[in-house]
Design a protein around this ligand. Structure first.
Ligand SMILES: NC(=O)c1ccc[n+]([C@@H]2O[C@H](COP(=O)([O-])OP(=O)(O)OC[C@H]3O[C@@H](n4cnc5c(N)ncnc54)[C@H](OP(=O)(O)O)[C@@H]3O)[C@@H](O)[C@H]2O)c1
Length: 221
């Protein structure tokens, strides 16, 4: 599976890119600068020489040409970034892992984006794409440690069956992660806002928590 990560040079994007490549995906790690993208991709390949990661650094435009695309920019840049890439993203599933958070003093607080969530805002900006929400709760540091299995649930919000199926398939590239269908994009705001809560837990307990639901009958979405 070929997966593009737009904004892939930050802690979240590079961690996801590493774990996807470790799971066997061909990953295009995107940046506003192709040189910076390749610099980070080379760093990751050298960090895990035995893994033979299929991970290359590219311009965001090239990352957006992948079969499935994950958006990993800061909230402030998300809408503008996808608008610039709208043509390349047309007809594709675009997975937003973006959270709208603001730091107030020592605490992170969730913002309410236009249309109730980042994912819904992006869907409005990309009418020719199927936007989904996932990966909001995976702590970058644990995600990046690909020598350790990360067992966690990934809440997936999707408006279409194709968007859901493609997003679940991306989650399932990474052993230990379980995709859980959490509803349509109407639920994405709550999912994104929970990220602020989890970061505050991490600050309070010096931890790197992820979400695991109890009571689900079997693994799989
Ligand atoms: N950190 C986590 O643990 C975590 C976990 C789950 C979800 N998230 C979410 O994932 C997203 C990325 O998090 P992060 O911590 O990796 O963010 P980040 O480091 O602040 O940004 C990621 C990348 O986005 C690009 N970028 C920055 N400003 C931009 C702009 N104005 N326009 C276009 N591109 C810009 C940069 O890449 P280039 O300069 O190379 O273009 C940067 O390396 C956020 O929305 C965050 O809420 C984070």
């Amino acid at each position: 599976m070929q997966i593009g990560v737009v904004g892939g040079t930050g802690p979240a994007g590079r961690a996801l890119a590493s774990r996807l490549a470790a799971g066997g995906a061909e990953v295009l790690l995107g940046s506003r600068s192709a040189e910076r993208g390749e610099e980070i991709a080379a760093e990751l390949r050298h960090k895990w020489p035995d893994r033979k990661l299929e991970l290359v650094g590219v311009a965001n435009e090239t990352a957006a040409s992948a079969g499935v695309v994950v958006l990993a920019t800061p909230f402030e840049a998300a809408a503008e970034t996808v608008l610039d890439l709208a043509e390349a993203l047309s007809g594709k599933v675009v997975i937003s892992m973006v959270n709208a958070l603001v730091r107030v003093g020592g605490e992170l607080q969730a913002l309410l984006p236009a249309r109730g969530s980042v994912a819904a805002m992006l869907q409005a900006a990309l009418p020719e794409s199927a936007v989904t929400a996932a990966f909001q709760h995976l702590p970058a540091r644990a995600l990046a440690a690909i020598d350790r299995e990360l067992r966690a649930d990934v809440l997936v919000c999707a408006d279409t069956p194709d968007g859901l199926a493609a997003t679940v398939a991306v989650v399932e590239v990474m052993p230990g992660l379980r995709a859980v269908h959490a509803g349509s994009l109407a639920s994405a705001g709550a999912v994104e806002a929970l990220a602020a809560v989890l970061v505050n837990v991490n600050v309070s307990y010096r931890s790197h928590v992820a979400v695991q639901l109890t009571g689900l009958r079997e693994r799989g979405a």
